[in-house]
Design a protein around this ligand. Structure first.
Ligand code: ASC
Length: 148
């Protein structure tokens, strides 16, 4: 089995069984978890960003691996925003306007899946487009739901 297929299978499994992992001892552990996942997402998304902005050379395998990591990680933060986990940099609207938050989370995951498809195909122009679209979903959700 190719690494990419293993990653995609793992991502699908985590999406389906996400709620089964929604068990945190307390709000602080949930906050640590979601911030850690976001840090990893930001790191690997940023590495693709450096290529898209021309600050780093384009290497197909590197971008494909970074995108696969972002795709898998993109399924993880949301289960750590459960009831009673208010805190960290999350605005109270995450809980008071939870449908909107969930919809923003879904948009991000879709955009990331498209970015991953583009990255696996190795077409830099599609990668650039998908990267921009993904960044919009990051920013949109942060504007509404993340404290400055
Ligand atoms: C990142 C990061 C974000 C988003 C956002 C996109 O790498 O840490 O919060 O991209 O800047 O607009």
């Amino acid at each position: 089995m190719k690494l990419r297929n293993i990653v995609l299978s793992a991502a699908a499994l985590l999406t389906i069984s996400g709620t089964a992992f929604a068990q945190f001892q307390n709000a602080e552990k949930a906050t640590d978890y979601r911030q850690s996942v976001m840090t990893i997402i930001g790191t690997h998304f940023g590495r693709i960003g450096a290529v898209v902005k021309g600050e780093a050379p384009y290497n197909k395998d590197d971008v494909a691996k970074n995108a696969a990591i972002v795709a898998m990680m993109s399924t993880l933060p949301w289960q750590a925003f459960g009831p009673g986990t208010e805190g960290g940099k999350a605005k109270s609207e995450v809980w008071s306007d939870n449908d909107k938050f969930k919809s923003a989370a879904e948009k991000m995951q879709l955009a990331v899946a498209n970015l991953n498809t583009a990255a696996q195909s190795g077409d830099l122009e599609s990668i650039k487009k998908a990267f921009g679209a993904t960044g919009q979903t990051c920013k949109g959700c942060h504007d509404d739901f993340k404290k400055k």
